[in-house]
Design a binder for this molecule. Sequence first.
Ligand code: NDP
Length: 361
Amino acid sequence: MFEKVEVDESYVRFSKDRLHRFYVDILTALSVPEEDARIVADNLIIADLRGVESHGAQRLKRYVKAIEKNAVNLRPNIRIERESKVHALLDGDEGLGQPVSYKAMKMAIDKAKENLFGMVGVRNSNHFGIAGHYSLMAVDEELIGISMTTTRPLVTPTWGIEKVIGTNPIAIGAPIEDMPPFLLDMATSVVSTGKFELYRRKDKPIPEGWGVDRYGEITTDPNEVLSEGAELPLGGIGEILGGHKGYGLSLVVDILSGVLTNATWSKWVKNTDEKNSNVGHMFIAINVEAFMPLEEFKRRMKEMIMDIKKSKAKEGKKIWYPGEKGALTAETRLKIGIPIYHKVLEEINEIAEKVGVEKLE
Ligand code: NDP
């Protein structure tokens, strides 16, 4: 069985199973219960499998730091604060974001299966990783799945220079007949913060338009954006390319996952490695049978997507639908392994050494 292939001097590939075992071993060595460790590992793996490098292996360090600083509760008492046939509100008791998110989406799915619709909010949580993981849980059950979360403030509103809104991601997934599911999984900023960190780690300038310096001018220095500057909302600087719409979308996520859940909105969300970061999430599962038979919905999804894919593309380019590239990347990486950037590999191996877990080689 394939375990490792040298791709080039920058990346090394590992099988999904080897990486999963590695993450679970590290997290359990840090006293995370095994069931929770597996859910966190699943999230990291799904990210790297689908090509979301910003939220895979490179995130482990942050979670480990938060655990070591006692900023997360490893034995949370997750409470159901409100509940009806179609909704619930959970208090995550400051635990890791992924386990409570998994539980919340599972509740939303069960409610949607029984009562056509499920909407479960979470407060008092932490960073939940990639939003798409939870939407895909609903899609696996042939439902439409929606997930979103508040984040710490990293983005500036249109015409602002201060970081007061979040990168607040939203992921919407839906099944399609005979094709990989639709999955739009995106930050409401131009890119996610993880991408700035990735560029910083690779000592590369960021593309123009991702962020501004402390005076509100476009910069290509990831360090400036991550320190005194700010990330830009989806659409970019000002109003010309629709930056105000990304800003508005970020607030929509704040309303549903921060204000409505009685968590807090991004302005007040703390870093993962601080106590009481009070991240809020919202998970929605929709049973399409409320509107039409499932098979008809999936067929109509395919027709809609194919209408778009068959339309004319620019010379040398191809039209993709959201979720298509991610699914293809996952299919390939399941066969040839997940590439881990060498600096990230060094970092996670340092962690392994520290906690007494076998290193990735
Ligand atoms: P990307 O810009 O990489 O991708 C956004 C979406 O666009 C994906 O669904 C992708 O599908 C789709 N897409 C890409 N190219 C095309 C194309 N040519 N045509 C149609 N669709 C396309 O994502 P972001 O950088 O915005 O976010 C990355 C991740 O970070 C997300 O998983 C998000 O959940 C996570 N995140 C988490 C945060 C947290 O605090 N927990 C905060 C912010 C982001 P495909 O996968 O098929 O490429």
